[in-house]
Design a protein around this ligand. Structure first.
Ligand code: FE2
Length: 378
C-alpha cells in the first residue's frame, strides 16, 4: 500500500503556501450500475445511514443518486436512467467506481481559479446551485484517469445535502459500525506516472509530499509497487499515489489498471475509534477481508511493543498493527467490493501513529498475491 516515514515531511515552499485551503472531504461519488442496491449494500454491510435522494421524483431526468452517511463520511451512489450517458460509459469502462472526490472549501470560485491557473484541466466552472434551503457553489477539476475533484462551498446552505436533493427515509436502518471520517484515499496511476501526479498535487493543489516508497520498500519476492503520499496544508486530506513496479509477477497496481481500464481510486481508508468492535460488526455482516498468515501474530508484540488490544481478538479478526515514532495504528483491508479486483476499503484506527503501516506491507502483499493467484491474474 502506501506509508509515511515521519522524518521526511518537506517544509512548505512559498508556492505550497495554502492557496487552496481545504476543510475536509465533502463527499465521495461512485458511479454504479444500480444505485438503489448499492445504497442498500453500504447501509446493510457497512452501517451507513440513509441521508438524501434525487431522481425522477425530484425533477432529474437522466440519473438518480442516493446519499448515505456515517460520521463525517458521505457516499453518493449514482446511476444513469437511460442509455448513452457519460455515467453509463464510465460504468462500462471502469465498473462501479469512484468518479468524484469532493473537497469542502470556503470559496469554490477561488479554488477553481487557483488550480486552473496552475494548469488543472477544468471539469466544472464555478456553478451556483439554489433551492429553498439556500445555495452552494461547486466547481471542479480533472485529476488522474476519469477521476475528478469537485470543490464544494456550502456555508450558505442549510439543506440535507445539496440543492435538489430530498431527505431519504427508508424503513431499513441498520446500526452504524463506528466509522468516523475518511483518513486517506489512494490513487493507482500508470507506469512511470507517479511523479506526474505527485507534481500535479504539489504544483496545482499546493500539497506537500509526506514520504516516498520505492519498490524495495513495497515488494515481496514476486510483486512490487512504488508510492508517494501527498497531503494538503492542514493534513486533513491525504492522497497516496501508487504506480506499478517490475517484479517477477504482475504488480497488484497493474492488475487494478487492467480491470479498471486505467488510473483511479484504489482504496478508501476510513477511521474508527474501536477497530475491534467495527471489524467484528463488519464481519458479522459478511464484509470480506484480506487474511494474513496466522504466523503474523506469533511475534507481533516483539515487533510493535505494548498495545492496548487483546492480541487474540486481533488474530481472530485479522487486524494488523504497526508502530512509528509517535504511536501505533491498527488496520485491515477488505476484499474488493465489486466484481472487478479494483476498489476496496481500509479500516484504520490511529493511536498516535501518523504513518500508513509500512511494517505490514510484506504480509499484506503476500495476502494480495494469494488473492491474485485465485483470480488467475498473478
Ligand atoms: Fe491505505
Amino acid at each position: 500500500m502506501e506509508t509515511a516515514e515521519l522524518t521526511q515531511t518537506k517544509p512548505a515552499s512559498d508556492e505550497a503556501k495554502d492557496f487552496l485551503p481545504l476543510n475536509g472531504t465533502d463527499y465521495i461519488e461512485l458511479y454504479v450500475a444500480n444505485a438503489l442496491q448499492s445504497a442498500h449494500y453500504f447501509q446493510t454491510a457497512f452501517g451507513f445511514q440513509p441521508l438524501a435522494h434525487a431522481g425522477l421524483e425530484t425533477g432529474w431526468r437522466d440519473r438518480e443518486s442516493y446519499v448515505v452517511v456515517q460520521g463525517k463520511i458521505r457516499l453518493v451512489l449514482t446511476s444513469p436512467l437511460h442509455g448513452g450517458t457519460d455515467i453509463g460509459q464510465h460504468i462500462d469502462k471502469h465498473g462501479d467506481g469512484v468518479r468524484v472526490v469532493a473537497l469542502w472549501v470556503d470559496d469554490a470560485t477561488k479554488a477553481y481559479e487557483e488550480t486552473t491557473q496552475r494548469g488543472a484541466i477544468p471539469f466544472m466552472a464555478p456553478t451556483r446551485e439554489v433551492d429553498a434551503d439556500g445555495f452552494v457553489v461547486r466547481s471542479g477539476i480533472h485529476t488522474y484517469g476519469d477521476t475528478v475533484h469537485v470543490f464544494v462551498e456550502r456555508s450558505q446552505f442549510g439543506g440535507i445535502f445539496l440543492p435538489g436533493y430530498k431527505t431519504w427515509e427508508p424503513e431499513h436502518h441498520p446500526d452504524d459500525v463506528g466509522l468516523n471520517y475518511v483518513d486517506h484515499m489512494v490513487g493507482n496511476v500508470g507506469w512511470n506516472e507517479m511523479n506526474t501526479w505527485v507534481n500535479f498535487y504539489a504544483n496545482v493543489m499546493g500539497f506537500n509530499q509526506l514520504v516516498s516508497f520505492d519498490d524495495k520498500d513495497i515488494s515481496t519476492d514476486y510483486t512490487a509497487l512504488m508510492s508517494k503520499v501527498m497531503s494538503n496544508g492542514n493534513g486533513r486530506i491525504k492522497f497516496p499515489i501508487n504506480e506499478p513496479a517490475e517484479g517477477k509477477k504482475k504488480s497488484q497496481v497493474e492488475e487494478y489498471l487492467d480491470f479498471y481500464g486505467g488510473p483511479g481510486i484504489q482504496h478508501i481508508a476510513v477511521a474508527t475509534d474501536d477497530i475491534v468492535k467495527t471489524v467484528t460488526e463488519l464481519r458479522n455482516r459478511s464484509v470480506a477481508f484480506l487474511k494474513v498468515p496466522d504466523a503474523y501474530y506469533d511475534d507481533l508484540l516483539d515487533r510493535v511493543g505494548h498495545i492496548d488490544e487483546e492480541i487474540n481478538a486481533l488474530r481472530s479478526l485479522g487486524i494488523l498493527v504497526d508502530r512509528d515514532d509517535e504511536g501505533y495504528l491498527l488496520q485491515i483491508f477488505t476484499k474488493p467490493v465489486g466484481p472487478r479486483p479494483t476498489l476496496f476499503f481500509e479500516i484504520i484506527q490511529r493511536k498516535g501513529a501518523k504513518s500508513f503501516g509500512k511494517g505490514n506491507f510484506k504480509a499484506l502483499f503476500e495476502a494480495i498475491e494469494h488473492e491474485q493467484e485465485l483470480r488467475g491474474t498473478l
